[in-house]
Design a protein. Structure first.
Length: 474
């Protein structure tokens, strides 16, 4: 008789579990919770109770109710249902509640019962990554991939951790594989784009992000794509993403810092100033906001205001680059000129005389300025400046192209601030009539490259004049 009752109870439990699974699969979690709750009230302390508690714990976890899931899971364990699955639910609930050490303990206990469970291995790997035990996290993910080599979600997570470790070769392999398997995975796309930025492959980074819907990207993704577009000289696309970010996230200072940076690249000091002002109002502690506003003020001729903002900007390191690069921020220094708005002010304006009085560019450039203060123009080292603009191949560094174009657009205003000894016989009054519309950035780049190569090669050796040189006006 008792055996028949037990069999009937098990059959009823099985039917109930199937009904709960169907409700969850249909997304009707609230009805599933009501059903299991009503059954729990009727079973009292019977042997069915821990199994029902474990099932409710899983449903609550799906609803992001970490506290409720952990409470049900712990009671199920206390009533004797100490299975790998229940330990996993408790581990994930603890992880979502940011109870990392407790989550690790639950995952450890679950893996002792089932060492090949990929969900448990992934959970513990995420906990270990948050605890900065990256080698152990990679080991768990590798073990999970041995069990399920086609799980590209696991591969994407491992690629992200490799990126944090600076293991770029391994990160590239995992992220490429994960992206090919699921190009709609936004996290994978963003991390692959970050890798390609580190590899100086801005065009390839943009190709990864170009077709992702802006609403899926969120703030971080929109600003990252805006930055990548700025690096590839797609200023219009960069502006579109920055405006969208500022509209979708009007209370986020980072959105307006990026918008100000893009407007600076467009040479629009007025809009750049407005965006930077908004960023300062939203977060008065953000150094990036002051750096962007300093540049706009500098180009507008407000020397005192620019100096004040630069002083504020130097009180803390820039935060936008770290926000954009995420796990790649610690892989290798990723702070290119287009990442940090302070570069507009500190790496360009000051060299042309538009920077705050007393500004020392050696602070921004380091050993590129051993000769600072020497030469015909006090405080200016043209070779040191050009060393920052051109790479070893004689090409303008990718991140600097938008800033270079900004400098070109503002050349007349910049030249007005130059001292007479540098302008020579050039009449400053003629600057208002100066038209650079026929001079493309490519033409200007070529001229600057010629000057750079000449400065790098040093002055020509002295010697007797070549035949035919006498009396040559050239």
């Amino acid at each position: 008789m008792e055996e028949q009752q037990e069999q009937q109870a098990q059959q009823e439990l099985k039917a109930l579990m199937e009904e709960l699974d169907a409700l969850v699969d249909d997304g009707n979690h609230s009805r599933a919770l009501e059903l299991v709750g009503s059954v729990l009230q009727s079973v009292g302390t019977s042997e069915l109770r821990p199994q029902l508690l474990a099932r409710r714990a899983g449903i609550r976890l799906d609803l992001d109710d970490g506290e409720g899931a952990l409470e049900d899971g712990r009671e199920a364990i206390a009533r004797g249902l100490a299975t790998a699955e229940v330990f996993g639910v408790c581990g994930w609930a603890s992880f979502h509640l940011d109870k990392l050490e407790k989550a690790r303990q639950y995952f450890d206990r679950g893996l002792k019962l089932d060492g090949g469970d990929s969900s448990l291995l992934m959970g513990r790997a995420l906990v270990l990554a948050d605890l900065d035990e990256l080698d152990l996290a990679v080991a768990d993910l590798s073990r999970a991939l041995e069990e399920d080599p086609d799980d590209y979600h696991l591969r994407g997570i491992r690629g992200e951790i490799f990126l944090r470790m600076g293991a770029l070769k391994q990160a590239k392999k995992d992220l490429n594989a994960a992206f090919e398997a699921d190009p709609d995975d936004v996290d994978v796309a963003m991390n692959l784009a970050r890798y390609r930025l580190l590899a100086d492959e801005a065009d390839e980074a943009l190709a990864v992000l170009a077709d992702v819907d802006g609403d899926d990207l969120g703030l971080e993704g929109l600003l990252l794509r805006s930055h990548v577009r700025l690096q590839t000289s797609d200023v219009s696309g960069a502006r579109s993403d920055a405006i969208r970010a500022s509209n979708l996230f009007p209370d986020e200072a980072f959105a307006f810092v990026q918008l100000a940076t893009v407007e600076l690249a467009r040479g629009n000091q007025t809009l750049a100033s407005k965006a930077a002002e908004r960023a300062v109002l939203l977060d008065p502690s953000l150094s990036d906001a002051y750096a962007a506003r300093a540049t706009a003020r500098q180009l507008d001729g407000d020397v005192d205001g620019a100096k004040e903002d630069l002083e504020r900007a130097r009180r803390a390191p820039p935060e936008l680059p770290l926000f954009l690069m995420g796990p790649a921020a610690t892989a290798t220094p990723p702070l290119g000129a287009a990442f940090d708005p302070s570069n507009f002010a500190e790496q360009f304006g000051s060299f042309f005389g538009a920077g705050p009085e007393g500004f020392d560019p050696s602070e921004a450039f380091g050993k590129g300025f051993e000769g600072f203060g020497q030469g015909p123009l006090p405080g200016m080292n043209p070779l040191g400046m050009l060393d920052q603009i051109f790479d070893s191949s004689g090409n303008i560094r990718g991140p600097l192209k938008p800033i270079f174009e900004m400098a070109l657009k503002n050349a007349p205003k910049i030249m007005e601030t130059l001292p007479p000894e540098l302008l020579g016989d050039f009449d400053k009054g003629e600057l208002k009539e100066l038209d650079l519309s026929d001079l493309s950035p490519e033409d200007m780049e070529e001229r600057m490259r010629e000057v750079y190569q000449m400065l790098k090669s040093g002055p020509p050796e002295s010697g007797p004049p070549e035949p035919g040189d006498e009396g040559d006006d050239e």
